[in-house]
Design a protein around this ligand. Sequence first.
Ligand code: ADP
Ligand code: MG
Length: 248
Amino acid sequence: MSQQIIPIGQIQKDLRFFKLSGMAESLDIRIKQATDDSLGYTEFLGMLLEDEINRRSDNKKKRLYHGAKLPFEKGIEDFDFTFQPSIKKQEIIELSTCHFLEKKANIILIGQPGTGKTHLSVAIALSALGRSKTVFFTTVWEMINILQQSRADYSYQKKIQMYLKPDLLILDELGYRSMAESTVEDFFEIVSKRYEKGSIIVTSNKPMHLWDSVFIDKTLTTAVVDRLMHHCSVIEIKGESYRFKKRD
Ligand code: ADP
Ligand code: MG
């Protein structure tokens, strides 16, 4: 009985059809390797499967990092703790283990511009991504604008998911501009819907006792602060901007 030989190109096409492009991509190399090294069938198949698994996990990582929308990538190792002695290095290291995500706890970083609030939130985000957690970074201003616009074009329910779904939501730059009353309600909606369901990191240049002026409405301010603070680490950075650091 004559055996019909299927061309490699056809096998690769079929693998791609079944969404096994990791196997399709390495098929040529693995066949050559199997021939050269006289590998058994099991070994050959095992290696191909491993290629598929590795490719999928690489793709997943890329999607996670891309989806987080981080403004830059700087880790804790890039942070000079000696410049900012009011920050307890050990506390930041503990937070970067991401246990706070399991507890659905929050982090509030307060400090003057340039003191490293965004840097530290990005560093913690990178640790979370390394643990396959989903992250979404946005400025408060951008989020409330998107939510306001979405009310106008009826995509609110869909847009709000962007801020509810991730394991970690970073709301950067609270208090740089004051909010209109309607936008405060959107902000409150996100905070209360994530309450005990998913962590938030908030960064602000305004100390918390001045948040009344950010949220305008006193009752809403109390409601937001209550929920954020229930399970929360507050890090107050007392030093000056890193941008003033003398070059040595
Ligand atoms: P903030 O968000 O508080 O305004 P950033 O995190 O944006 O400040 O910091 C401003 C710049 O200075 C960034 O490039 C950041 O990486 C850097 N920076 C701030 N503090 C430190 C620090 N202690 N060590 C190293 N780099 C720092
Ligand atoms: Mg910042």
